[in-house]
Ligand binder design. Structure first.
Ligand code: ZN
Length: 196
């Protein structure tokens, strides 16, 4: 802390996987409780160009908030994708780079917590389709496509990517505590149904 040494903070996502947050600095030390406080900063502050010292605490508070948000999102993604064994819950696509953790109840909702029961591992296509009410998921874990989509005529992507999953069972984790919360699904399904 006295030397203002930039550090790399390794944030545990799931056992054995970390996200690196840098530069991070020790900004406070409390020996009585054996704890210290870390603040994040922006990488350009390391290049030696003179930075406004007065603006430093404000900039660091902002950077720390952004980093925490980013790390919690990364943690949510890792936990959800791992719970679903790296596969889309709708189409079973197993391509880690193409998988997201979708929120069932959205981020701003009072119950929209970044937890596995409020998450679904979905591929990019099905994540976007779920968020835009093109596909819906019933609380009995059945996938539905919107009426518009079912009546549309187009190429193989529409047929196999969307229409083909209408009525298909959602693939969920075996442990009950990792499965999607049925109340969250029911609430979200209402939004889908009304949008259709
Ligand atoms: Zn998919």
């Amino acid at each position: 802390m006295a030397g203002r040494t930039p550090l790399v903070y390794f944030f545990g996502l799931v056992p054995g996987q970390y996200a690196a947050a840098w530069p991070s600095f020790v900004v406070a030390d409390d020996p009585s409780s054996l704890t210290f406080t870390i603040a994040a900063d922006e990488p350009h502050t390391l290049t030696g160009t003179t930075s406004d010292a007065a603006a430093e605490p404000i900039r660091r508070r902002y950077a720390t908030g952004l980093q925490l948000h980013r790390l919690h999102q990364a943690e949510f993604r890792q936990r959800v994708v791992r719970a679903y064994h790296q596969a889309c819950a709708i189409c079973r696509l197993r391509h880690d780079e193409l998988l997201d953790a979708a929120h069932i109840l959205p981020d701003g909702h009072p119950l929209g917590e970044p937890t596995v029961p409020n998450g679904l591992a979905l591929c990019k296509l099905h994540h976007a389709a779920f968020d835009r009410n093109i596909v819906g998921i019933r609380s009995d874990l059945v996938v539905e496509a919107s009426l518009d989509v079912l009546h549309e005529i187009d190429g193989p992507m529409l047929i196999h990517g969307l229409q083909g999953w209408h009525g298909a069972p959602l693939q969920v984790p075996r442990p009950v505590e990792d499965r999607p919360n049925p109340d969250f699904l029911a609430e979200r399904y209402e939004v889908f149904r009304r949008a259709g």
